[in-house]
Design a protein around this ligand. Sequence first.
Ligand code: SF4
Ligand code: SF4
Length: 68
Amino acid sequence: MTKVVFREERCKGCGLCIEVCPKKIIRQNPEKLNSKGYFPAEVIDMEKCIGCAFCATICPDCVIEVEK
Ligand code: SF4
Ligand code: SF4
């Protein structure tokens, strides 16, 4: 199964990965703040991930790594 890993501390909550995900399975975690003061992005339903890596490609801060 594909695994999408976020380096949460680098996320600035810009939302680009959320917009680009074709499966709409990324959100900003409303219960967590990183040390920069942003709600970090996370995948909420990994089973639906198709491993396209669009999220990793668009992230300007290299937060996301897609492992297959
Ligand atoms: S790899 Fe594709 S489907 Fe999976 S979370 Fe990223 S954008 Fe969404
Ligand atoms: S694109 Fe990168 S910086 Fe922006 S919300 Fe997603 S993981 Fe965070």
